[in-house]
Design a protein around this ligand. Sequence first.
Ligand SMILES: *[C@@H]1O[C@H](CO)[C@@H](O)[C@H](O)[C@H]1NC(C)=O
Ligand SMILES: *[C@@H]1O[C@H](CO)[C@@H](O)[C@H](O)[C@H]1NC(C)=O
Ligand SMILES: *[C@@H]1O[C@H](CO)[C@@H](O)[C@H](O)[C@H]1NC(C)=O
Ligand SMILES: *[C@@H]1O[C@H](CO)[C@@H](O)[C@H](O)[C@H]1NC(C)=O
Length: 280
Amino acid sequence: MNELVVVMIMSIIRMRLKLKMLMMMVCLVWVEVVVCGDEHEIQCIQREREALLQFKAALFDDYGMLSSWTTPHCCQWKGIRCSNLTRHVLMLDLHGEIHDDEYAYNSYEISRSLNSGSYLSGEIHKSLMELQQLYYFNLTSNSFYNTHIPEFLGSLTNLISLDLSFCGFEGKIPTHFGSLSHLKYLNLAGNFHLEASIIPPQLGNLSQLQHLDLRYNSFEGKIPSQLGNLSKLQYLDLSYNSFEGNIPSQLGNLSNLQELYLGGNIYGGDVALKIYDGAS
Ligand SMILES: *[C@@H]1O[C@H](CO)[C@@H](O)[C@H](O)[C@H]1NC(C)=O
Ligand SMILES: *[C@@H]1O[C@H](CO)[C@@H](O)[C@H](O)[C@H]1NC(C)=O
Ligand SMILES: *[C@@H]1O[C@H](CO)[C@@H](O)[C@H](O)[C@H]1NC(C)=O
Ligand SMILES: *[C@@H]1O[C@H](CO)[C@@H](O)[C@H](O)[C@H]1NC(C)=O
């Protein structure tokens, strides 16, 4: 009798153990599906997701450009690319669609064309500093009138490509941009009220720069000779500013230059530029 009871109890325990193991296996499968999800969905880093949400919260997004920015996986959000390996956010493409045809390059036309297209406005929150691996940032054709180019962008030292053109920024190019030592592409065109009286000489530190577009701004004074230090430069557009004086002879040292635009300024003195010819 006693033996029977023991056997029965043992088998109940065994059954429960089996059930428990089965439950655990089901649980494991469930965890894998829910937590790891589709293996093609890269999970984003929580701190970067929070930074992006903070950045979004400081913006006015009247056209729902960031409407996908709600789900857990920020790497799937519109405009964002993450690394497959490290999961860090690498690219941020948030270009707006203000029409920037050549005839609209004055404030009246721009404010008129603001009525069509879609764009972001508001504040560019410094929470973006969290995205330390970011190498591509495109903010072109949005509406940041009456705001300055954020200085903190100069601390995103992995940036290779920075496009802040046609955003309505005013003020100066932050001297902090001189720290962007990997930068190959910089576009600040069409911000109209961007002045500096000078371009900060620190831009001469951008030793990797290949493309520099500063057209349609309000830069005054002499073209800084430090631009002659950008030895990798292939494209330089300084047209439609208020530069005056001589074109610095140092520009003649830009031996990789393929395109140079200087029109729409007032130059004096000797305009003839001796272009360094690597072949001779
Ligand atoms: C990352 O994953 C995407 C989608 O699976 C793929 O197209 C891309 O080539 C991958 N990139 C790298 C660097 O592995
Ligand atoms: C930024 O986006 C605009 C619009 O798509 C594009 O024309 C431009 O080439 C982009 N800039 C860079 C540096 O990729
Ligand atoms: C530019 O190069 C000259 C030499 O060609 C050097 O004396 C000067 O310090 C450099 N300036 C910057 C800002 O790197
Ligand atoms: C151009 O570069 C050469 C060689 O680096 C240097 O000797 C010369 O001073 C530079 N010229 C100008 C105008 O900066």
